[in-house]
Structure formats: structure tokens, C-alpha cells
Design a protein around this ligand. Structure first.
Ligand SMILES: [Zn+2]
Length: 148
């Protein structure tokens, strides 16, 4: 199998619901994302995917939708308050954990036809969450509340 991994970066704010700890309060992260793509055969350019295409499409979407936004559960009471102040948000059907963000980016990459095999989301220097999917797995409801 051939694999390529592109590193992308963005900043986001969030808070976690039903959670006791410092992440229950609004705060932000400087995040690094590793998007891993896998194919068994190369294209006519002898590439899995051109790194520039990954950056253009996925970093472009992240910059527009998530970068410097508050990423919140759609039922978070903050949504009403920030909405009234016209603050930018990105809403999820799930708690906005690193795991949920990894899956969000995975689902976006897959929806654009990238042969994504894993997304790792670093929430700082020492911790990352990853998401991948087997062909037989049913993932259930998409993590993004507002569709990409
Ligand atoms: Zn956090």
C-alpha cells in the first residue's frame, strides 16, 4: 500500500458538555492535523494524491469553517449567546472533543473523494486523537451538525 500524510494546522475554541475538568470552560487550542491517505496503486503521475490538492481542498475548508471559530455541541447554551453576538461558530452533533474533530475532518476528506485512511488531530504537543473507518463499519449520524 502507498500512503501519504499531509500536516495541516488551525486554531479553534471549544468547551465540553457533561465533563468535569478544565475543558468544561471555553478555551482554545493550536491544533495540528495529520491527514493520511492510502491507495494500493498510484495515479498516472505516480502519486497517491498531490500534497497541494490535499492542502488546497482540506486546509481551505478548515480555514473557512473551523479556523478561529468556536466549535460547540449544537445543544450547548453558549450557541444562543454567541449567536446573538454574531460570533462565528461551527456546530457538531457530538461533544467537540479531539476525537469528534478528527472524525469531522475525516468525513469531509472522504466526501471530497480523498482516499483517507486516518485523521489524527493533535490537541497540543503531547496528545492526539485519531479516526479511521473500516469498509464494513456503519458510522451512524455524521458528526457535523451544519453540513459542509
Ligand atoms: Zn480543549
Amino acid at each position: 500500500m502507498y500512503k501519504v500524510t499531509k500536516e495541516l494546522r488551525f486554531c479553534y475554541g471549544h468547551r465540553l458538555l457533561n465533563y468535569q475538568g478544565i475543558c468544561m470552560h471555553p478555551h482554545g487550542h493550536n491544533s495540528k492535523v495529520e491527514v493520511e491517505l492510502t491507495l494500493s496503486s498510484l495515479d498516472e503521475r505516480h502519486m497517491v494524491v498531490d500534497f497541494g490538492e490535499i492542502k488546497g481542498t482540506i486546509q481551505g475548508w478548515i480555514d473557512e469553517k473551523i479556523d478561529h471559530k468556536m466549535v460547540l455541541h449544537k445543544d450547548d447554551p453558549l450557541v444562543k449567546v454567541l449567536g446573538e453576538l454574531h460570533e462565528p461558530m461551527f456546530l457538531l452533533n457530538t461533544n467537540p472533543t479531539a476525537e469528534s474533530l478528527a472524525r469531522l475532518i475525516y468525513e469531509f476528506a472522504a466526501s471530497k473523494g480523498f482516499p483517507v485512511s486516518e485523521v489524527r488531530l493533535w490537541e497540543g504537543f503531547t496528545s492526539y486523537a485519531s479516526y479511521s473507518q473500516s469498509k464494513h463499519e456503519v458510522a451512524g449520524e455524521a458528526v457535523a451538525y451544519s453540513k459542509p
